[in-house]
Design a binder for this molecule. Structure first.
Ligand code: HEM
Ligand code: HEM
Ligand SMILES: [Fe+2]
Length: 479
């Protein structure tokens, strides 16, 4: 049976390929955090690494590494579930492996160019060879084209396997959603010298990724993981998934208007953006309820059988998925809603408040569940029936979550001060920006952010250490 939670081993080469993607993802996650810390120190000591490794470069590598590791982990998770869901071993996994190596070689070259060359002259050649200067997706044009080719290989694998195998609801959503996700990337590839037009299309990638297609992707992951880890009923999980997809696309697509308030687009975007983006937290509440409801229900069934909490076959994965339910709701839903109405956004736009939301949402909605999938992959790779939380798993999840939450609160305070002093009191002038940046509330908040960043990094070290050892530990415990 496809949904059996007893088949806990890697069943094919596709899943091994998924593990390869996970390994690179976790390395890039580590690199992301180191870059973030450099940028955080530069907030406090602007001279730190001046002209060697400027803030703009550290920030660029920080957020590009973020996007790339998440895409890697998403591809890994897809390969992980492909065979289980379709009942087919995968059509062209050899080609998929080639794609992996091509992509990894390209990413390595791009990162080295970011770090060593850093910036080029304002010519077409820089766009092709160094970077495009489009926040989050700065890859140079040659790499853009390479990425499209590799993603086509990946998508071919997923689509052809789906067509040959069983077509579950989860897989149907995944196949359709991945097409949209991959296609949107191209909206961020063509060049125009009109900054408004450039931003208009750039948001098609950024917003329609994180507030539509990536969220739907998370919905499919959660559905699959709940079936595998707590033995949730497929019919119930898939019913939730369809409702969530409808709500996510229904609010998220036009919710994009919240980025069109001040970039030169027509004013009707104020109303459209306000209305639809204000609805965006609704599906996030549904996703939150869904995870907790299924968990509680399975728990009840277990207790009825006289077992206590024994239905969870993978403790760390489940802990990260529950963190995802909270984190998605808080980071995207609450922190997003805070600044989404134009009446509020006119004051908060581009302040540290935005950065607070950016951190908690990316971590809460995506890092968490992708890490959960890595633990699930490990359980399969080691062929263990039960994977329990170790001390290191607990420290990993606690310190990273506490650290990111701490950074978010610090940045929220810094943003609040900017809103009051820079925007409200001083009227958003050039001078106001610098006055606000030098007041004690702002400086102390940045200090706390750096401290909480160190806590996050410590959590990451525990996490990586746990990922390296938990498979062996679980296997020995089972023997
Ligand atoms: C997991 C989902 C989400 C992620 C990962 C995310 C991430 C981000 C990031 C990184 C930015 C900063 C972009 C930049 O550099 O300019 C941003 C901006 C913004 N987000 Fe989200 N977001 C999510 C969901 C939401 C939701 C659900 C809402 C509304 C309810 C929202 C409202 C906004 C608004 C209004 C801005 C613009 C801030 C400004 O004017 O400076 N976000 N988001
Ligand atoms: C060691 C921990 C971290 C530190 C010290 C750190 C520091 C920073 C700094 C200094 C910036 C630039 C902010 C600015 O331009 O004002 C930044 C941006 C950003 N970081 Fe981090 N970061 C850390 C971890 C993370 C994590 C775990 C995530 C998400 C999973 C993340 C996501 C982001 C995003 C999305 C932005 C862009 C925000 C925006 O444009 O509004 N960071 N980070
Ligand atoms: Fe958005």
């Amino acid at each position: 049976m496809l949904t059996s939670i007893k088949e806990n081993h890697l069943t094919n080469k596709g899943q091994e390929l998924g593990m390869m993607y996970f390994r690179v993802a976790i390395i890039l996650f580590g690199a992301q955090l180191v870059m973030g810390l450099i940028a955080a120190i530069q907030f406090l000591a602007p001279g730190f690494l001046f002209e060697l490794f400027d803030f703009s470069v550290a920030r660029m590598v920080h957020i590009n590494a973020l996007v790339v590791w998440m895409l890697y982990a998403m591809i890994g998770a897809t390969y992980m579930m492909l065979t289980d869901e379709t009942g087919h071993e995968g059509v062209a996994i050899g080609l998929g492996k080639l794609g992996f190596w091509l992509l990894t070689a390209a990413v390595t070259v791009v990162v080295l160019v970011y770090i060593i060359v850093q910036v080029g002259p304002g010519t077409e050649a820089s766009l092709w060879l160094i970077h495009e200067g489009r926040e989050y997706i700065e890859a140079p044009r040659w790499a853009d084209i390479g990425i499209v080719v590799v993603v086509l290989i990946f998508y071919f694998n997923v689509f052809a396997t789906y067509m040959k195998g069983e077509k579950t609801g989860i897989m149907t959503v995944m196949v359709a959603n991945l097409l949209a996700l991959a296609g949107l990337y191209m909206a961020g590839m063509f060049y125009t010298d009109n900054i408004s037009m450039d931003q208009f299309w750039w948001w098609w990638v950024i917003h329609l990724w994180v507030e539509a297609t990536w969220e739907v992707f998370v919905g499919t992951l959660a559905a699959y993981a709940l079936i595998k880890i707590i033995g949730a009923k497929r019919e119930i999980v898939e019913m939730w998934l369809w409702i969530e997809v409808l709500m996510l696309f229904g609010s998220g697509i036009l919710g994009m208007g919240h980025h069109y308030f001040w970039i030169g687009t027509p004013e009707y975007w104020w109303e459209i953006g306000a209305l639809f983006s204000a609805l965006e937290p609704v599906p996030l509440i549904a996703m939150f309820v869904h995870v907790l409801y299924d968990w509680g229900k399975e728990q009840g069934i277990a207790e009825g059988r006289g077992e206590t909490a024994s239905v969870i076959t993978n403790g760390p994965a489940m802990a990260w998925i529950v963190t995802n339910a909270f984190g998605n709701f808080l980071g995207a839903g609450i922190w997003g809603f805070f600044h989404t109405l134009p009446q509020v956004n006119i004051y908060t736009h581009g302040t540290q408040f935005t950065a607070a939301h950016g951190h908690l949402s990316f971590f809460g909605a995506y890092a968490t569940i992708l890490i959960g999938m890595m633990y699930y992959g490990l359980q399969r790779a080691y062929g263990v029936q039960r994977m329990k939380l170790t001390f290191k798993s607990k420290m990993g999840i606690f310190l990273t979550t506490f650290g990111v939450m701490g950074m978010t609160i610090a940045l929220t305070i810094a943003g609040y001060e900017q809103v009051i002093v820079e925007r409200g009191e001083m009227g958003a002038t050039w001078n106001a920006f610098f006055v606000a940046q030098n007041l004690p509330w702002y400086v102390q908040a940045q200090m706390w952010r750096a401290i909480m960043g160190v806590v996050t990094l410590l959590g990451f070290i525990y996490l990586a250490w746990d990922l390296l050892t938990i498979g062996k530990v679980s296997k020995e415990a089972e023997a």
